[in-house]
Write a protein that binds this ligand. Structure first.
Ligand SMILES: Nc1ncnc2c1ncn2[C@@H]1O[C@H](COP(=O)(O)OP(=O)(O)OP(=O)(O)O)[C@@H](O)[C@H]1O
Length: 705
């Protein structure tokens, strides 16, 4: 769950409460991503689509107890939570960021921001069952043969658990009781053989589990990474990179639990039944007592899992927050330093870290209470059995050997119960991690059509009455854009900040789909093209383009190993960066640091431009790609671009970059308001003229060339 998605998460919780189980990916798919969050009105509109009846109120904290929960509350003026219960002194809150917790009425008064949304099922509301984590577990546990072998080996080991009590009984009653000293030596040999048997099977089990873990890892990570990179662009806009890496790392925890625990569930259930039957067979009444204690223990563990899950969710949520904070701040270290905010960042990190430590400590204390409880019962139960058992022996209803045998059986019977409890609590803990992987794995991949550009690909672009909103209930960022760019034409797009230029470019690049209207490339609807193949013919440098921590050559070839150095050099010459590279001691093998921090802003832009020119594209989209260049470099690049035969769409604030374009389009508030050549637009004396004269005053260059 992202910071901006608390409203959607609350909606999902309310829907779940009324039996309509859904996930955030499903809600996002239906309504679009909401990077800036949603407001109450938008939440209301969404809820209506699920046939919930909604009413919004502005009320005081005291009035809240007259309303029927669950309710969505506006929280701290920046967040949404669900109020689950309102009791006399305590209120139960479901917070998408922190999980479930209770607060006092006074705290509620401090946090509640006065607006509440009541959502109840309408007549047409229909519940929906949810695909559980269980299916995910099944999908990653693909090594059935391996799993079966592990279970078999575990059964062989378990057999010893049955055999040892029988051996103990026989030894006490027949060897010691029968004074048969001659059996002592064969008995010691049997113990050595038993030791080798257990050792051998344990090693085999360890080896098989390691193999199963690798298999689970491969399946899970292939699913996760395979889907992650195929997700649409807007998925990443809404998430922190560090958080996605943290999710990927949780595979270690998940595979450990799955590989060890899933196998032990089967063994433990079998052991539970076997030992229960053996105990009842040996001493019925005593057996009933021990089985009842065992069932109570299990019940306690299952009931307490509710607390375990809440604590685990809180821990994961704080861990994720910490990861996200760290990775974001390291990435933005320049701004942090320039703003002198290092100490504040450390203080913020410390407060999140302390929150995480507290959450981890709480979960650890709870886990240790549970395990102490199990261990104490496990240790004292055999002694407890001696007490009623002594009556049986003293009254002559049982032999000492059978009591000792029963005691060993009781001790063995408790082991699978403790293990089942541990398995349950591990699976409950790991569910939180699984849900975060599912968020990625279940998100629909970026849609791509079939059509592959042929050699005759021209680069003809057509926007047909295109409108676009970032989310269903947001404002239109582009309105009824109709525009044709002919093959080989150089079209410039200018306009004030926020007028929609970058959005227009991203629509053309297929990063977003138009909300209305359509885009055609070479006469074919954009969505019918195979996106990966099409992007080999459309190159771009957008504002988000970055360099990687790799050599210059690798940064330009970007994982395409078939690209030769000659091809790279040709592109760098066109981008006017070849000479700069040749001045470096390691030339094309020079390492570029993350985000290209060891190069100047202008050099970075030229390297990115070289990357875009490498494939000799048929369409080139440049969004502020030359904004950091000095006028000499800019002139060189403009000259170079004018010799490249392809459709060019150039977005720039600096009008000197675009004045030689074949046509200039002026965008304002998402609409095309002016269109023509530089000269035509100046004579028009409209917005372009205003922008141009403003820049002219700044740089004092002549308005008409
Ligand atoms: N990912 C996004 N989610 C929601 N709204 C967005 C998103 N990206 C941009 N917007 C909004 O869309 C509008 C147009 O933004 P866009 O980046 O296309 O403008 P622009 O003309 O390229 O601006 P600039 O010249 O400053 O780069 C702005 O109001 C902006 O706030």
């Amino acid at each position: 769950m992202e910071h901006s998605e608390c409203g959607l998460a609350c909606l999902a919780m309310i829907l779940g409460y009324y039996g309509y189980n859904t996930t955030l990916p499903e809600i996002r798919k239906r309504f679009g991503e909401a990077p800036s969050g949603v407001n109450m009105h938008q939440l209301q509109m969404m809820a209506l689509e699920y046939k919930l009846e909604c009413k919004g109120y502005k009320i005081t904290t005291e009035q809240l107890d007259r309303m029927k929960p669950p309710l969505i509350l506006f929280w701290d003026n920046n967040h949404f939570v669900v109020m689950e219960k309102f009791r006399k002194y305590k209120v139960s809150i479901l917070d998408p960021a922190k999980g479930r917790y209770g607060i006092s009425i006074k705290e509620l008064g401090e946090k509640f921001s006065g607006f509440v949304l009541s959502l109840v099922p309408g007549d047409l509301f229909t519940p929906k069952k949810r695909k559980k984590e269980f299916f995910f577990i099944l999908s990653v546990l693909k090594g059935w043969k391996l799993l079966f072998s592990i279970i078999l080996v575990a059964l062989f080991l378990q057999a010893m658990g049955v055999f040892i009590p029988q051996l103990t009984q026989w030894f006490i009653d027949d060897v010691i009781g029968g004074q048969r000293q001659n059996l002592l030596f064969p008995f010691s040999i049997a113990i050595v053989l038993l030791f080798l048997y257990i050792l051998g099977f344990h090693c085999l089990r360890g080896w098989l589990i390691a193999k199963l873990q690798s298999k689970i890892d491969t399946t899970m990570m292939t699913q996760y990474i395979g889907r992650l990179f195929m997700l649409p662009y807007n998925f990443f806009e809404n998430r922190k990179g560090g958080e996605l890496v943290f999710r990927a790392n949780s595979n270690i925890l998940i595979r450990n639990v799955l590989s060890n625990r899933v196998v032990s569930i089967i063994i433990d259930c079998l052991s539970f039944i076997t030992f229960a039957a053996l105990m009842l067979n040996n001493m019925v009444n005593m057996g009933i007592i021990v089985i009842t204690i065992g069932i109570f223990m299990l019940g306690f563990i299952f009931l307490s899992s509710y607390i375990s899950q809440r604590l685990s969710r809180q821990e994961v949520s704080t861990q994720t927050e910490l990861y996200g904070f760290l990775s974001e701040n390291i990435q933005n270290i320049t701004d942090l330093k320039l703003l002198g905010a290092e100490r504040d960042a450390i203080a913020k990190w410390k407060s999140i870290f302390e929150k995480q430590l507290k959450a981890t400590e709480k979960r650890n204390v709870w886990t240790s209470i549970l395990s102490s409880n199990s261990v104490s019962i496990q240790l004292t139960l055999p002694l407890f059995v001696l007490w009623p058992g002594a009556y049986y022996v003293l009254e002559g209803n049982a032999t000492l050997g059978s009591l000792m045998g029963f005691q060993a059986l009781a001790a063995s019977f408790i082991v699978p119960i403790v293990s089942l409890g541990q398995t349950y609590s591990d699976i409950v803990n790991v569910r939180t991690y699984i849900q975060r992987l599912q968020d990625v794995i279940e998100s629909p991949p970026e849609y791509t059509g079939e059509k592959v550009p042929s050699i005759s690909f021209q680069g003809h672009v057509e926007f047909c009455d295109v409108s676009f909103k970032y989310n269903k209930y947001g404002n239109e960022v582009l309105k009824n854009i109709s525009l044709i760019v002919r093959p080989g034409e150089r079209l410039a797009i200018v306009g004030t900040s926020g007028s929609g230029k970058s959005t227009l470019a991203k629509l053309l690049l297929g990063l977003y789909e138009p909300t209305e209207g359509f885009i055609k490339i070479d006469g074919t609807m954009l969505h019918l093209w195979n996106k990966q193949e099409l992007r080999k013919r459309i190159s771009s440098v957008v504002q988000e383009s970055r360099l990687f921590n790799s050599t210059i050559a690798d940064n330009i070839r970007m994982h395409h190993n078939d690209i030769t150095l000659d091809m790279i050099v040709q592109a760098t010459k066109q981008a006017a960066i070849h000479d700069d590279i040749m001045k470096l001691p390691l030339g094309y093998q020079t390492m570029v640091s993350e985000n290209g921090f060891n190069f100047s802003g202008g050099q970075r832009q030229r390297l990115l431009l070289a990357r875009a020119l490498l494939y000799q594209p048929k369409i080139l989209v440049l969004d502020e790609a030359t904004s950091s260049l000095d006028s000499t470099s800019e002139h060189l690049i403009c000259d170079s671009l004018s010799h490249i035969q392809c459709t060019q769409i150039i977005i720039a604030h600096r009008l000197s970059t675009v004045r030689h374009a074949d046509r200039i389009v002026v965008l304002d508030n998402g609409q095309i308001i002016e269109e023509g050549s530089h000269r035509e637009l100046l004579y028009l004396k409209g917005q372009y003229y205003n922008l141009y004269t403003l820049q002219e005053e700044k740089h004092s260059f002549s308005p008409i060339s």
